[in-house]
Design a protein around this ligand. Structure first.
Ligand SMILES: Nc1ncnc2c1ncn2[C@@H]1O[C@H](COP(=O)(O)OP(=O)(O)OP(=O)(O)O)[C@@H](O)[C@H]1O
Ligand SMILES: [Mg+2]
Length: 168
C-alpha cells in the first residue's frame, strides 16, 4: 500500500449514520467498484452491506452470505455483489473466479477482505469498522488508487468524512 496515502474516518453514532455513509459512497459507484470491509465480530460489516444494498435500491433483503460466500443482487442501476469470505479456502476462492465479480458490471463489497488480500484488485476502498460504544462505530477509510482517493477527497470536502489530521 502507498505509505503516503491519507486515511479518513467517519463517526457513526447510530445505525442510521452507517446507512448515511453507504448512501454518500454510493453516489460514486460505477461498475467494477470494489469495497473491502474488515472489523471485529459484530462491528457492523453486514449492516453496512445492507446499507449499500439499500443505497443501490436492491429490492431483495440483503443477508450475510457467510455460508454461500457470495450473493448477487439486482440494484436499480447495477448489480450488487456481496461476499463474506470468512470461511473461504484458497481453493474455493480460485474456483469461484472472484475476478468475474471484481471486474464485472456491478459493485462488489467483501466482508473480511483482509483474508483474501492477495485476490482483491489492488485499487479498492478499504473500510475498517471499529466498535467504539453501544451504538457508536468508527469507520476508517483507506483508499487505494486514484479513483478511490477522489471519492474520499470529495467526501472530505463535503464535510462527510475527515482525515486523520483533524482528529482530536
Ligand atoms: N452505528 C451502528 N452502525 C452499524 N451497526 C450498528 C450500529 N449501532 C448498533 N449496530 C448494531 O451492531 C450489529 C452489527 O452486526 P453486523 O452483523 O452488521 O456485524 P458484522 O461486522 O457483520 O459481524 P460478523 O463479523 O459477525 O459478521 C447490528 O446488530 C447492528 O444493529
Ligand atoms: Mg457479517
Amino acid at each position: 500500500m502507498d505509505a503516503h496515502s491519507t486515511t479518513y474516518w467517519y463517526e457513526s453514532r447510530e445505525e442510521q449514520d452507517t446507512y448515511r455513509l453507504a448512501k454518500e459512497l454510493a453516489r460514486f459507484f460505477i461498475p467494477g467498484s470494489v469495497i473491502g470491509l474488515d472489523g471485529d465480530l459484530g462491528a457492523g460489516k453486514t449492516t453496512f452491506s445492507k446499507a449499500v444494498g439499500q443505497a443501490l435500491e436492491v429490492q431483495e433483503t440483503v443477508n450475510s452470505p457467510t455460508f454461500t460466500i457470495i450473493k448477487e443482487y439486482e440494484g436499480r442501476t447495477m448489480p450488487f455483489y456481496h461476499m463474506d469470505v470468512y470461511r473461504i479456502s484458497q481453493e474455493e476462492a480460485e474456483d469461484i473466479g472472484l475476478d468475474d465479480y471484481f471486474y464485472g458490471d456491478g459493485v462488489t463489497l467483501v466482508e473480511w477482505a483482509s483474508i483474501i488480500r492477495d485476490l482483491i484488485p489492488e485499487e479498492h476502498l478499504s473500510v475498517y469498522i471499529e466498535n467504539t460504544g453501544w451504538t457508536e462505530r468508527r469507520f476508517r477509510l483507506a483508499p487505494v488508487g486514484a479513483v478511490y482517493k477522489k471519492w474520499c477527497s470529495d467526501l472530505k470536502e463535503q464535510g462527510i468524512i475527515h482525515d486523520e489530521r483533524q482528529e482530536s
